[in-house]
Design a protein around this ligand. Structure first.
Ligand SMILES: Cc1ncc(COP(=O)(O)O)c(C=O)c1O
Length: 343
């Protein structure tokens, strides 16, 4: 059977071919042998763009062997990368905390992110920036590794089904505690997400898509990949990072927006009780954006729908996200006024 598709041959010839995802158009297509490379996702690895098929790193990389590395998830909206400096600041801080040297300057990293977005024609999408410890031996010692490897993927993400943003989402608290800050500090956005994965498994096994993790003292920390807010009247409360929360960039943006809208915003220690009796609870995250919580451990929150504060903040956040960021395409040069050169 010929592997090259022509309209005359029909669809039956395609079934043996692998599916590839075309991020800008959000469609899957069949990978033809003669497929235009530009139609496939391209992944940036250490300064080069590879087709999705060829984007590979060593099986001896300690990012794979030990989860030794750091990452960021970043969104692009409306042709701009949202809060890129904040994400890079956190990436560099995470790397510093695990004694990992990122082999690029911040400016080089910004250019690499923008190049990857352009190569994939991403205007609205999701960027995954990964820095691994590099290739090492089978022992733990990170000082035996080659230099860190940098990977940038620019595609899309849909964390929860679209209808849940309208209807809200049921969550449960889980038995898996958030990592102890004195063991692996949850402020480090490391490649070791087993703590979060175990919690997510508990949630899914309970029939819901998301969970709230408590810390070892039983205080609310965060969701498996999102921060959590409780609304009481005109006050928003979110756990401080020392309770086991990542300092979310969406969390910070929402706090700033809420203060600007006249809400009182506090970081405070919370128990499950504080969530159960809240008027509203919502989660924030780069991938999740803002999503309302309708039940926690089968206790209905508010009237069981995303409340007015959640909806207002989600609307304000969407408008803010679409109006700011680092442009992916170079800004057009300002038009010269006619006759300006002569002067
Ligand atoms: C564990 C965890 N908490 C919270 C968040 C939300 O942080 P951000 O808003 O920066 O995406 C994330 C996602 O990055 C996360 O992985």
């Amino acid at each position: 059977m010929s592997k090259d598709w022509t309209p005359e041959r029909g669809a039956a010839h395609c079934v043996a071919w692998p599916l590839v995802y075309d991020p800008p158009n959000r469609v899957f297509m069949v990978a033809r042998r003669n497929m235009e490379p530009a139609a496939m996702m391209r992944v940036w690895i250490n300064g080069h763009l590879y087709s999705e098929r060829d984007a590979k790193i060593s099986v001896f990389d300690h990012g794979l062997l030990y989860g030794d590395g750091v990452f960021e998830g970043i969104r692009a909206y409306n042709g701009r990368v949202f809060l890129l400096d904040e994400h890079l600041e956190r990436l560099w801080n995470s790397a510093k905390a695990i004694a990992l040297t990122i082999p690029l300057s911040r400016e080089e990293m910004i250019q690499a992110v923008l190049d990857t977005c352009r190569a994939n024609r991403v205007r609205d999408g999701y960027i995954r920036l990964v820095v691994t410890r590099g290739i090492g031996t089978l022992g733990l010692n990170p000082y035996h590794c080659t230099q860190a490897q940098v990977i940038i993927i620019a595609g899309t993400i849909q964390l929860y089904p679209a209808e849940l943003y309208e209807q809200g989402m049921a969550v449960v608290t889980v038995g898996t505690h958030r990592n102890l800050p004195e063991a692996v500090n949850p402020r480090i956005k490391s490649l070791n997400y087993l703590n979060n994965v175990l919690a997510k498994i508990e949630a899914i096994n309970s029939g819901v898509m998301e969970c709230i993790l408590l810390n070892a003292q039983g205080y609310v920390a965060e969701a498996s990949g999102d921060n959590v807010f409780a609304v009481h009247g005109r006050t928003l409360v979110t756990p401080p990072t020392w309770c086991g929360a990542l300092r979310g960039i969406t969390r910070d943006a929402v706090m700033r927006l809420a203060v600007g809208l006249g809400y009182e915003v506090r970081e405070d220690v919370m128990t499950r009780y504080d969530l159960y009796v809240a008027d509203e609870v919502f989660l924030t995250g780069t991938a999740a954006e803002i999503i309302g919580v309708t039940t926690i451990d089968r206790r209905t929150i508010g009237d069981g729908r995303p409340g007015p504060v959640t909806r207002r903040l989600a609307g304000e956040f969407a408008a803010y996200a679409r109006s700011t960021g680092t442009p992916i395409d170079p800004e057009p040069a300002p038009r010269r006024r006619r006759g300006a050169a002569a002067r």
